[in-house]
Design a protein around this ligand. Sequence first.
Ligand SMILES: NC(=O)c1ccc[n+]([C@@H]2O[C@H](COP(=O)([O-])OP(=O)(O)OC[C@H]3O[C@@H](n4cnc5c(N)ncnc54)[C@H](O)[C@@H]3O)[C@@H](O)[C@H]2O)c1
Length: 250
Amino acid sequence: MNRTIVVTGAAAGLGEGIARRLAHDGFEIAVTDRDAEGAERVAESIRLTGRRASAYLLDVTDPSNVNKVINRVAAEQPSLYGLVNNAGIGTAIGFLDLSLGDWERIFAVNSTGTFLVSQAVLRHLAEKREGTVVNISSIAGKEGYPNWVHYGSTKHAIIGMTRGLAREFGSLGIRVNAVCPGAIKTAIWSAEAQGTDNPDQLFQDLASRTALQRNQSVEEIANATAFLVGDNASSISGVSLSVDSGLLFS
Ligand SMILES: NC(=O)c1ccc[n+]([C@@H]2O[C@H](COP(=O)([O-])OP(=O)(O)OC[C@H]3O[C@@H](n4cnc5c(N)ncnc54)[C@H](O)[C@@H]3O)[C@@H](O)[C@H]2O)c1
């Protein structure tokens, strides 16, 4: 197999885990992030395992950077086959304290970023009439959480995009799905991002509401993403798969 997958926000957290897992499965990885050094560190560590990966500086909010980088990946790697839209940001803010700037900033990364990178990659996949896209949404894309209205709105938008794209590109043999993680200890669960001195309390509260009575690991999100990217999911398109230890049941 010689197929390349672009992973956004792959310098840390879930994106890094997804890049590592897809590389392990035999895909060549375009490790992209706005953090160029982090992306290079992840690509280098994948290469040290004998797998193939290259790093690219890609800020999903910058249309000219997105188009330039994706065209470069497609030129350097004609085996371009897929995309995981993982780059995302989130900070807890009460709705009445949200500024228009806060709202626009999170939409720029989470939703518009997913649109821009998807469009750039799908132009290439549509020509080849093959490929797959997996969007990282959230349980907040299916349910409401106080202080996360702005974040949840971006994640609902991602599920809407997933469904529309699955219909628009399905006749070309291109599958589009989403993964909706629950809670995984990454930077998004820092005290700063959660706006509380005790982010562990919130983290544990969420775990206690799941069927399995625990939150998830980076590897569990990467496993579900790799399943949807891979050929074992050849007849699955348009789904938004919750990977949440049985929190939502949907
Ligand atoms: N961790 C969780 O509990 C959780 C739960 C549900 C969904 N998610 C989603 O998973 C995805 C990854 O989150 P994470 O927890 O790994 O966060 P993280 O902060 O650990 O990693 C996010 C990565 O995205 C990159 N990034 C941010 N803005 C970018 C931009 N404009 N362009 C390119 N890269 C950018 C960062 O540099 C970083 O490497 C996000 O979309 C997040 O909303 C996370």
